[in-house]
Design a protein around this ligand. Structure first.
Ligand code: SAM
Length: 194
């Protein structure tokens, strides 16, 4: 595939996301957002407990997104939406006046090999981009079992003037996600948009 074709496909995906997500943003421009939501264990439980919030979970894998939709229905959480999307593409598809109120990133792929670190989600550029869609005070809740990725993320945030580490470690709601069930030893950090 040529670069032009790849860009064309990406633009088409973003356009489709704009259409697909328009009804969500019609409900609210203030979004509780989970990146890499997997099968939606966390967000569907969270949305059921917080019916006043509009919650959107995205994941790259269609089957997981379908599971999330099913789970939200079973939990009677009509305020939970699950969308197949890549994080940067979803952000680009958001209406300009929409904002992320809370951001959850739990057990993201750790990419343990040094040569793959560049694939990690928690990078300076990503955090800077994410900040553009957040509000001052928006909290980013991050959890991983992988100590080296935890330390890496802490350092990336400490060196980023758009985000500030808090000393909080408690989630607003505890619910065991699919990966947390397999990986019961983990650490949590919470950062705040400056
Ligand atoms: C290890 S799983 C964790 C799933 C879930 N958070 C949990 O705790 O069970 C990481 C998930 O992130 C998704 N993912 C990875 N990179 C992503 C990206 N750039 N945008 C959206 N989802 C992504 C993967 O498809 C995968 O389902």
């Amino acid at each position: 595939m040529s670069i032009e074709q790849a860009i064309e496909r990406r633009n088409a995906r973003i356009e489709n996301l704009r259409k697909e997500c328009a009804p969500i943003f019609d409900i609210s421009k203030n979004i509780t957002f989970e990146i890499g939501c997997g099968k939606g264990h966390y967000l569907s439980a969270y949305a059921a407990a917080m019916p006043q919030e509009t919650c959107v979970g995205i994941d790259l894998i269609s089957e997981r997104v379908r599971d999330g939709i099913r789970r939200a229905k079973n939990k009677n959480a009509p305020n939970a939406f699950f969308v197949k999307a890549e994080a940067l593409e979803f952000l680009e598809a958001m209406p300009q006046d929409a904002r992320l109120d809370k951001i959850f990133i739990f057990f993201p792929d750790p990419w343990p090999k040094a040569k793959h670190h560049k694939r990690r989600l928690m990078q300076e550029e990503f955090l800077n981009y994410l900040r553009q869609f957040a509000k001052a005070g928006t909290k980013l809740y991050f959890r991983t079992d992988f100590t080296e990725y935890f330390d890496w993320t802490k350092e990336v945030i400490q060196n980023n003037s758009n985000w500030e580490l808090t000393d909080e470690t408690e989630l607003l709601l505890e619910e065991v996600s699919q990966f947390q069930r397999i990986l019961p030893e983990f650490s949590t950090l919470i950062a705040k948009a400056v």
